[in-house]
Design a protein around this ligand. Structure first.
Ligand code: PLP
Length: 243
């Protein structure tokens, strides 16, 4: 087995164990492998080890990787699912609408309108999570909690978009307890949305390499993990393929 395959196996076991300890089903937590800055070959290794869902932050980098994987004989036949997990400006919405299966980082109605209008009719609806700013820090991305309901309504107007839930990136906290509390706040925002007209929502995109155990304990249904699978990123993600 490759290192990537070994790390995936180890991580899957740990996630299952953590879910069980939290009284949750092992199937309740999906693993999204964050492949930003890593090569198509690294993604291929993960795909051959059974990983299907991949996350990319940079739209152009993601599209190039999708094409490279379709051209690789070992992975050309594998149905991979691509998630855009980076911020999306207006000038990138068309590329997201035409190439990705999921978007985790919807934060404004204008972006929803553009994606809804640009999603090609022959593709399944773009699966959307609303990114929520749960720390209320002005510097950070995400929709303020009080605007989540109206943004959800905007998503609901477009046949080319399907709302699945919320995503959050909680700020690092000094203790695991404080981290857990912040993740629980994100889960409550999801539950409020579910209770207010969106019973079909099923996705809480929460948890990265450093904090996924607390996210799983709080109720995350999708952890986004990069470095624990692929290794440390050499390029700073903020400078890779700027857009
Ligand atoms: C990079 C990134 C991840 C993965 O981070 P790791 O610490 O490598 O697990 C998850 N989510 C988002 C939004 C990211 O940008």
């Amino acid at each position: 087995m490759t290192t990537i395959a070994l790390e995936l196996t180890r991580l899957r076991t740990e996630i299952a164990h953590t879910a069980e300890q939290a009284g949750r089903s092992v199937q309740a937590v999906q693993l999204l492998a964050v492949s930003k800055t890593f090569s198509a070959e690294a993604v291929a290794q993960a795909a051959l080890a059974g990983q299907r869902h991949f996350g990319e932050n940079y739209v152009q980098e993601g599209i190039e990787k999708m094409a490279a994987l379709r051209a690789l004989p070992t992975t050309a036949h594998l149905p991979l699912v691509w998630h855009c997990i980076g911020p999306v400006q207006s000038n990138k919405t068309r590329q997201v609408a035409e190439h990705f299966d999921w978007l985790h980082t919807l934060e404004r109605p204008k972006i929803a309108q553009r994606l809804g209008a640009q999603r090609p009719a022959h593709l399944a609806a773009l699966q959307v999570c609303i990114q929520v700013n749960i720390d209320a820090s002005a510097s950070k991305a995400g929709c303020p909690p009080e605007e989540v309901a109206s943004l959800a309504e905007e998503v609901g107007r477009w046949p080319g978009l399907q709302l699945r839930g919320i995503m959050a990136i909680p700020d690092p906290q000094p203790t695991p307890e404080a981290t857990l509390a912040l993740h629980q706040r994100a889960v409550r925002i999801f539950e409020q949305l579910q209770a207010n007209g969106w019973p079909q929502l099923d996705t809480i995109s929460l948890g990265m390499s450093a904090d996924w155990p607390q996210a799983v304990a709080a109720g995350s249904t999708m952890v986004r993990i990069g470095s624990s699978i692929f290794g440390a990123r050499v390029r700073n993600s903020a400078t890779a393929t700027p857009q």
